[in-house]
Design a binder for this molecule. Structure first.
Ligand SMILES: CC(C)(COP(=O)(O)OP(=O)(O)OC[C@H]1O[C@@H](n2cnc3c(N)ncnc32)[C@H](O)[C@@H]1OP(=O)(O)O)[C@@H](O)C(=O)NCCC(=O)NCCS
Length: 220
């Protein structure tokens, strides 16, 4: 287990104010954290962003977009903030697994023995990281996505909802594995793959949900 995760309750600041941040806030509250508020340079109407981050607080970055989460996570660490992981009480994490800082584990996630999960990775509800897997930083597993044993996944890759990965497969960095895909061979950096078995499709211009522009955020 991650020794850096302090015992709640404490005060938590959430970087990111959009939909995913609500999910993280609900889990954190369930664990007993007091949510100080949300930092977001361009929040939705229902969020009043924090103007000041309390010095004694802990932090997590709750931004769904992988590269953006990596950027903000780096800034928050540079500022010297204490970044924690938020792990739903129904998640099961092997004692021999390693979770790096700032991960979010949702309901019924399983992380099995000797797996390593990189910092800022999101494991959505029901997803499985099987034994001896190496999951890079700022990866996202959609709901019910699952690896079998000895899989490696590079930084900032997304496994779509319900995707699955054969034992020992290697998926590169910045890949998108489509919803419901079955990865049966190695996948190169930057690829988008779909289907059963998963095959590469051309990269399209990214259709993204609304994103905040963090480049000039004054509050870290
Ligand atoms: C794979 C994915 C990233 C591709 O998105 P995209 O680049 O915008 O691609 P498009 O939607 O334009 O689809 C391109 C083609 O691939 C097909 N395709 C897209 N996703 C597919 C999927 N999951 N399975 C099978 N085929 C798929 C489309 O039908 C389309 O086929 P066509 O060219 O014959 O019309 C996206 O469809 C997807 O599955 N994302 C998963 C998101 C997710 O689950 N995230 C979890 C967050 S919690």
């Amino acid at each position: 287990m991650n020794p850096d995760v302090p015992r709640p309750p404490g005060t938590l600041v959430i970087f990111g104010g959009w939909f995913f941040s609500r999910v993280v806030a609900e889990t954190a509250e369930l664990l007993g954290w007091t949510i100080a508020g949300f930092v977001d340079p361009d929040p939705p109407g229902w969020v009043t962003p924090l103007r000041h981050v309390p010095d004694e607080s802990f932090a997590i970055v709750a931004i769904g977009n992988n590269p953006q989460r990596a950027f903000v996570h780096g800034k928050v660490l540079e500022r010297g903030r204490r970044v924690v992981s938020i792990i739903h009480p129904t998640a099961s994490v092997s004692q021999s697994a390693v979770l790096e800082k700032g991960c979010y584990l949702a309901e019924y996630v399983t992380v099995r023995s000797a797996a390593v999960v990189g910092s800022g990775t999101i494991l959505n509800s029901g997803s499985v990281v099987s034994h001896d897997c190496q999951i890079g930083p700022f990866v996202t597993f959609g709901p019910n996505a699952a690896t079998s044993g000895h899989v490696s996944i590079g930084a900032r890759t997304t496994l779509g909802v319900g995707a699955c990965v054969r034992p020992h497969a290697k998926i590169g960095c910045d890949c998108e594995v489509g919803a419901g895909a079955a990865v049966a061979c190695d996948i190169r950096d930057g690829s988008t793959v779909v289907g059963v078995p998963a095959r590469a499709i051309p990269k399209r211009s990214a259709k993204q949900d609304k994103q905040s522009d963090w480049s000039a955020n004054p509050i870290w």
